[in-house]
Design a protein around this ligand. Structure first.
Ligand SMILES: Cc1cc2nc3c(=O)[nH]c(=O)nc-3n(C[C@H](O)[C@H](O)[C@H](O)COP(=O)(O)OP(=O)(O)OC[C@H]3O[C@@H](n4cnc5c(N)ncnc54)[C@H](O)[C@@H]3O)c2cc1C
Length: 412
């Protein structure tokens, strides 16, 4: 673990800080201060600024519109953006840039890279992720959406579910069963599908918070060209796992910054509510402080490995389990500190359902209650806590495999 950066890296940090000072308004206090149309307009404008500067995908090759920067420079950009409270992209960029783009760089054909990567960065194509199905979540290998080759195109029938930001997307990377007779992980292909066609129906799902962040996607004789397969026909499982394992080291560095800022805001809330001297609340706050410190050290360890060229494999499950379980507990504490006002939340709500509210957000009850509700989802998406524990046990610690349920005896 290497907790300090080199002098060169610190010099690059000055450059990023100068960029932020030049581009952001002088009274900038974090994106959490904005809401409604002002927020939407800022994100659209800021995405354009990042695109022009090559900061949307800092480490992608310049020929595809990236910044051509090193992994360390990418991490420093992420850290400084998190401190300044500005996003690193728009709502669908986590799917387009972080997931699909990085995967295409590894698995895509030259034609796919040349066509799709610049379009992802320019915002011409907005992507979402079509993995989960009603009967295939944790057991993703059981997916049943069928793709059949008909001449020079695939014909798709079936359903995806929990498709985040699908209503804002125009393309979906889809895992489909292309060989129903092969063993379940061997008959899957990774297809690039245009959502704008009559055979696709995207239906938003209303969440407990009242918002609709994710969707059901129905495919009824939907089509995609034969060549829009990534990594080869029936090789989709390897591509899908590669995409799931793709996590920028930047996240390891930025996540503790976000969780520390959230905890600082919670301390202010405890003071405002006159609970900062309550011994039980103090004990719970101290527990949260210790967890955020551990997260910092976990982040440094991941970052050190990332900068040495190791992309997170199964050990990414440790970080995922750690932050998501912590966030469930810290937001429960926030709701306890709020007390009765948590039953009728007021004020500005979080702009995103993922992780903490944005930097600069006011200490409104609606901010905390909605973050509390969304924190429950954090222990489910990107693999549930039980699945992370299985991965840690079996693939990190090398413990024996989970016992299979006994099969029923054959009928007499
Ligand atoms: C907010 C949110 C956004 C999402 N966005 C997307 C998206 O954009 N695209 C996408 O494709 N999917 C998305 N998902 C789906 C997500 O990947 C699945 O919900 C998740 O993988 C769990 O699958 P499931 O919901 O089918 O639950 P199930 O797999 O049915 O699990 C039910 C329960 O059983 C437990 N369980 C299952 N198997 C085991 C086991 N072997 N050992 C121990 N316990 C087990 C689980 O932990 C869970 O508690 C999203 C989910 C959420 C909540």
């Amino acid at each position: 673990m290497e907790p300090t950066y080199s002098a060169d890296a610190e010099a690059y940090r000055d450059k990023v800080q100068a960029f932020l000072a030049e581009k952001l308004p002088s009274d900038w206090g974090g994106i959490g201060r904005l809401e409604g149309q002002e927020l939407t307009d800022f994100v659209a404008w800021w995405r354009g600024v990042l695109y022009e500067a090559g900061y949307l995908a800092p480490s992608w090759p310049v020929e595809y519109g990236g910044g051509g920067l090193s992994a360390l420079e990418q991490v420093i950009i992420g850290e400084e953006f998190a401190r300044a409270g500005v996003p690193t992209g728009g709502p669908n960029d986590v799917f387009g840039i972080q997931m699909l783009g990085n995967t295409l760089l590894v698995w895509g054909t030259d034609e796919q890279k040349a066509h799709y990567l610049p379009r992802i960065l320019s915002g011409a194509d907005r992507w979402c992720q079509g993995y989960s199905e009603p009967n295939a979540g944790s057991d993703l290998g059981s997916l049943a959406l069928r793709a059949t080759l008909d001449g020079d195109q695939w014909v798709l029938n079936g359903q995806k579910i929990w498709t985040s930001a699908g209503h804002l997307a125009d393309h979906i990377f889809t895992l489909a069963r292309t060989d129903p007779d092969a063993p379940k992980h061997k008959g899957i292909s990774f297809l690039l599908v245009d959502l704008r066609q009559p055979g696709i129906d995207v239906r938003p799902i209303r969440m407990i918070s009242g918002e609709s962040e994710f969707n059901e996607v129905f495919y009824t004789d939907a089509v995609c060209p034969k060549d829009e397969v990534v990594g080869g026909v029936n090789n989709g499982w390897a591509v899908a796992m590669s995409l799931l394992g793709y996590e920028r080291g930047e996240a390891a560095a930025t996540m503790p910054i976000r969780f520390q800022a959230e905890l600082d805001r919670l301390l202010i809330l405890a003071k405002e509510r006159g609970l900062d001297q309550d011994p039980l609340i103090r004990q719970r706050l101290a527990w949260c402080y210790a967890k955020v410190q551990v997260m910092r050290y976990l982040g440094m360890r991941t970052l050190t490995r990332f900068l040495a060229g190791h992309h997170p494999g199964p050990d990414g499950a440790i970080t995922k389990l750690y932050w998501s379980e912590y966030h469930r507990i810290v937001t429960e504490l926030a709701v306890d500190i709020l007390g009765a006002p948590a039953l009728a939340p007021e004020g500005r709500r979080p702009s995103t359902a993922f992780q903490t509210d944005d930097a600069g957000a006011p200490n409104s009850s609606a901010s905390w209650v909605n973050t509390f509700l969304n924190a429950r989802a954090g222990t489910i998406y990107a693999g549930s806590s039980q699945i992370q524990r299985n991965i840690i046990g079996e693939m990190v610690l090398g413990l024996p495999k989970e016992p299979k349920a006994p099969t029923a005896p054959a009928p007499a």
